[in-house]
Design a protein around this ligand. Sequence first.
Ligand code: TUI
Length: 319
Amino acid sequence: MKTEITKMLGIRYPIFQGGMAWVSDGHLAAAVSNAGGLGIIGAGSAPGKVVQEEIKKARQLTDKPFGVNIMLMSPEVDEVVDVVCQERVDVVTTGAGNPGKYMQSLEKAGIKVFPIVPTLGLAKRLSRYPIAGIIAEGGEAGGHVGDVSTMVLVALLSREIDVPVIAAGGIADGRGLLAALALGAEGVQLGTVFVCTEECKVHDNYKKAILRAKERSTKVTGKTIKRPVRCIENQLVRKLEKMDREKVSPEEFEIIAAGSLREAVHEGDVEMGSLMAGQSAALVNSIKSVAEVVESIVAEAHQARDRVDNFFKGVGSYV
Ligand code: TUI
């Protein structure tokens, strides 16, 4: 399975693991890289020092390339950029903002940068920087999201943007990988499915909530304060929905939301914790090892390709 991305990064499969705040540590990232994908440490709002420790941990566990996701809304972002430059990680993905002002330092450190974007507009603005590729994240994704569907966003960016496109949002299996490649992407980024792995250290209650989720179990809150976040519905989400309806201030939102992701991830509070997850939670129904997830995605993509091939040959299930 060779694409522009596997060649550029020297990885076996064009599968990125989303760098999820509080979730994607050095252990998970190394497991994904060892399985042939690209593991990514989620810096979230962690201080530079903590991110550096996770980078060192990953280096001990794998000799394969891996990346760090920089969450641009973090108060620690300047420090995190310094750390990734100092450590010269292979790849940086950026989310929740415009990475323009950091591009020069990242480029000087020889890091391949893949900004995550929710719109074509932002992708075009970032095209003037030396980006290695771009991650088109549709509104089906978990956590902080845009509102354009993956189907439209990936097709649009693949047509309009000159660098390789990675598709994200709503993908959890091999059929999703094949569909993304058909839309013009060179790879995919998956988050939710990697939460439900043996190597992922989130609380078991969080994993079980994803396994239980159906296609309408996630909800987006925070649109009124322009910080839309997709989570599995629970007491916290219902409270935030009410706050959206009452148009409360960003400060009041912050008080309720602060620390809630940590509560879900570490304490397993599935009612007042923030259970960030994408719509693809509905597709995830068992806990597997990271290697099993990666291998089954690749095997299923091959099966899906054969099925579609039959369509073009006029044989098989399409007749
Ligand atoms: O970043 C994400 N997903 C995230 S970050 C996160 S941590 C968090 N915790 C609490 C509250 C809020 C966030 C959880 N999930 N995905 C990548 C992504 N980036 N999706 C959408 C965007 C995005 C949005 C606006 C990227 C750029 C952007 O730019 C606005 C501008 O400056 O033009």
